[in-house]
Design a protein around this ligand. Structure first.
Ligand SMILES: Cc1cc2nc3c(=O)[nH]c(=O)nc-3n(C[C@H](O)[C@H](O)[C@H](O)COP(=O)(O)O)c2cc1C
Length: 347
């Protein structure tokens, strides 16, 4: 897949190119680096509001920390696609310039977010109802930066208003270098099934690369999406949260690999965000690494209530031993656990 000057190849010859979806609350510096190291061809970030780019809070500055892009440039591990959203086209273009200054290799504009409070303000998927505005936003951003601009979007507003082919045409004309499609409508949010047929149609009608997205659960699913749609790359969101090894072409990992990665992620997050925030943000994530494993239910409960790095490290180390087959409880999340692990989807 070619995105502007960048040529992307699969991690292994018999795999599709896999990319990490942009995910608010998930795509932080540490998780991106982990996914890049495991083979993600391109990594998304936590989307950033064009109005928060000038803010100087620690949180805002950390979201704008794209210094991992330099690691990717030096090692050719991956590419960082920094995502912006907003309702002010000047601020989007200026924000894109700031992203480039901070090292982003690609600027991604979000036209897919379906969260009502965002859409109501004219951001995210609201652009799907005004394609002239969408075109102008892409064109002005392309003019503002020298790195490639890509777009992430949905199929259209609802089943009676699927305009993805028109959206792609406008993006191409405005100078976008690729479009990632979450194959659901805005009204659907995350319900129902992603409709990959539209990805196939988009591929047929597009001269720029189409990145397919939606409901890829495992490597077989990624292969199937590529086979059925001809997409240039497959973008993975939720499945990567529990299984970042998917980027290496593996549907999971051994218990000791999971423990090792969890410990590393915790340590890096504590170094990066400080122990309290690092632990709080990571333990929820780690619990997903231990879904469906023996005694996982007990581990998850303990993980979600431990507050210190040392406590979590002890817990994980004690877990790192061969044991029995998973029970029914290990395989399913209790309602309380599901709530504790709930992530608000934004895309
Ligand atoms: C926790 C979470 C946060 C998300 N945040 C974003 C975001 O910031 N920007 C975006 O374009 N999409 C966002 N999305 C949507 C994903 O990028 C992706 O389109 C969606 O999850 C479908 O892919 P999947 O079936 O592989 O998860 C988010 C999804 C989740 C689950």
């Amino acid at each position: 897949m070619q995105i502007g000057p960048y040529q992307l190849s699969p991690y292994k010859p018999d795999m599709p190119i896999l990319t990490l979806a942009p995910m608010a609350g998930v795509g932080n510096w540490v998780f991106r680096l982990i996914c890049a190291r495991l083979g993600a061809g391109l990594v998304g970030v936590e989307f950033i509001n064009c109005r928060s780019i000038g803010l100087r809070s620690r949180k805002s500055l950390q979201m704008l920390d794209f210094s991992d892009a330099q690691i990717y440039a030096d090692t050719r591990l991956s590419l960082l696609a920094a995502q912006i959203y907003g309702n002010d086209i000047d601020l989007i273009a200026n924000g894109a310039r700031e992203f480039e200054r901070r090292g982003a290799q690609i600027v991604d504009i979000n036209f897919g977010c379906s969260v009502p409070k965002i859409v109501e303000k004219g951001c995210g998927a609201a652009y799907l109802r005004d394609l002239d505005r969408l075109y102008t936003a892409v064109q002005r951003t392309v003019e503002a930066v020298s790195v490639p601009v890509i777009v992430k979007t949905r199929l259209g507003w609802d089943d009676s208003d699927i305009n993805i082919l028109e959206v792609i045409k406008r993006c191409e004309d405005a100078g976008a270098k690729a479009v990632a499609i979450h194959a659901r409508t805005v009204v659907q949010k995350y319900k129902g099934q992603a409709n990959w047929d539209w990805i196939a149609r988009a591929v047929e009608n597009s001269s720029i690369p189409i990145i397919g997205n939606g409901d890829v659960l495992d490597l077989a699913g990624a292969r199937r999406m590529q086979r059925e749609t001809g997409c240039a790359a497959v973008m993975i969101g939720r499945a990567a949260m529990a299984n970042p090894w998917i980027f290496s072409g593996r549907d999971g990992a051994t218990l000791s690999e999971r423990v090792e990665l969890a410990l590393e992620q915790l340590q890096l997050m504590a170094d990066y965000k400080g122990e309290r925030v690092g632990v709080l943000e990571t333990r929820k994530h780690l619990a997903l690494y231990f879904k469906s494993l023996p005694r996982a239910s007990e581990l998850r409960q303990q993980l979600l209530t431990t507050t210190t790095l040392a406590g979590l490290a002890d817990l994980l180390a004690a877990w790192n031993e061969p044991d029995a087959t998973p029970t029914e409880d290990d395989l399913t999340l209790s309602p309380a656990e599901a709530e504790a692990l709930a992530w608000g989807g934004n895309g």
